[in-house]
Write a protein that binds this ligand. Structure first.
Ligand SMILES: Cc1ncc(COP(=O)(O)O)c(C=O)c1O
Length: 402
């Protein structure tokens, strides 16, 4: 990774370990910023993709705001130095306590996902006696063409205010003068590999903004197209930032409003790997199993979404390829990193890197099977540093009583 040998990192911190490349994050950020340079815009990094404090601090220094979905992510952002006015709070199930904290801090925008939540926030704002900037995340009824579990823009799912409830939303806004509607938002899904859903989504955003204006709402300053830009895990050809901009800017620019983007995976997904060691090369039932010390608890995407992650050997060996299942130590048959994968003649003791591990990797890790979560390492400036040490078994029992 850059000039650093991942084997060296593996020896130093042990395996499994997540390793991120700061320079790759910077490059992605620069590409996205350049693509949208022709319109006033702000990138709010989607913290859910990777919430490590060092990652957040890097994003903040690059100039991004933050997009959060919980009070926990809010606390992380505050710790990493984000100003409340640089934070956007999305999420379909915010609690009263989360709404009150966010309203009290004065976030850039609290993006509500139901008319009911808007009414709750109105009561919270009145109780606090202060004006609160809100966004309405609409459900634009656009299909993103991605995995159903991360497709969030079509009607009939839990996300966003349905378009036919715009009038109800306006009624609630009128009843709660402390609410200032500033943003109209959508987020249509994650790992999106075509610009078409974005083009349709941007069109729907402008239609909604127009409907709100016609209903007498004149306070809107921002249109938020959410995150979701895909990356290449196997052979996908996701749009470039320039192609994304080409799809949405023509319809958004005439509004004269500010554009918000909420990328997570795009900024950090390809910048990270999970390094793991092959514990055993096992033959069973006519198959080869490479049993690694990383399992589904460390990286859940293959078993949860059937997601493909490229696996690269870190020790070069001569010999014929092998077809193998790469499996973890967790006691579930569904614990795998790859199935029926053609791989070089990797042997027990070798390190391998699981690519595309920067986003939705560590953040989705669990301690299932009482397995401490791996450390996280940042490669930067020709060296590396541990940005989260390996969890200990002792820590897993913290707070428990016999
Ligand atoms: C509201 C919102 N914004 C942004 C994102 C980030 O998505 P991605 O990491 O695909 O860019 C998500 C993720 O699902 C989200 O729910």
């Amino acid at each position: 990774m850059e000039a650093v040998d991942l084997n060296e990192i593996a020896e130093a911190v042990g395996t499994p370990a997540y390793v991120y490349n700061a320079e790759a994050i910077r490059r992605r950020h620069a590409e996205l910023t350049a693509a949208f340079a022709s319109v006033p815009h702000r990138i709010h990094y989607a913290v859910k993709a990777n919430g490590n404090l060092a990652v957040l601090s890097l994003m903040r220094r690059l100039g991004t705001g933050a997009d959060i979905v919980s009070g926990g992510e809010l606390a992380r952002c505050v710790r990493a130095g984000f100003a409340p006015a640089d934070i956007v709070f999305s999420g379909v199930g915010k609690t009263g306590a989360e709404l009150a904290e966010a309203a009290g801090l004065g976030l850039d925008s609290i993006n509500v996902e139901s008319v009911e939540e808007l009414a709750d926030l109105g009561r919270v704002a009145a109780a606090l006696g202060r004006n609160v900037r809100v966004g309405i995340r609409f459900n634009p009824d656009v299909t993103a063409g991605t995995h159903p579990y991360i497709s969030t823009g079509q009607s009939g799912i839990k996300f966003g205010v349905p378009c036919d409830q715009v009038a109800d939303a306006v009624r609630v806004l009128r009843a709660h003068p402390a609410l200032e509607l500033r943003t109209v938002a959508i987020h249509i899904g994650s790992q999106i590999t075509s610009v078409e859903p974005y083009r349709r989504g941007a069109g729907r955003l402008v239609e909604l903004w127009t409907a709100l204006r016609e209903a007498g709402v004149s306070s809107i300053t921002t249109l938020d197209i959410g995150g979701g830009l895909g990356i290449r895990y196997l052979d996908e050809e996701p749009p470039t930032p320039a192609q994304l901009a080409g799809a949405v800017v023509p319809s958004l620019r005439p509004t004269g409003l500010r554009l918000h983007l909420e990328p997570g995976r795009y900024l950090i997904g390809s910048a990270g790997v999970l390094v793991t060691r092959v514990l055993y090369r096992k033959l069973a039932g006519g198959k080869v199993f490479l049993v690694t010390d990383a399992g589904m608890n460390d990286l859940v995407r293959p078993s949860r979404y059937g997601a493909y992650h490229h696996i690269v050997e870190l020790v070069r060996r001569r010999g014929p390829e092998q077809v193998a299942d790469v499996v973890g130590p967790v006691c579930e048959t569904g614990d795998f990193l790859a199935l029926d994968r053609s791989l070089p003649p990797i042997q027990a003791g070798d390190h391998v890197a699981v690519l595309g591990g920067g986003a939705y990797g560590f953040v989705m890790a669990s301690s299932y099977n009482a397995r401490p979560r791996p450390p996280e390492v940042m490669v930067e400036g020709g060296g590396f540093r541990v940005i989260r040490r390996r969890e200990t078994v002792e820590e897993l029992m913290t707070g428990e009583t016999e």
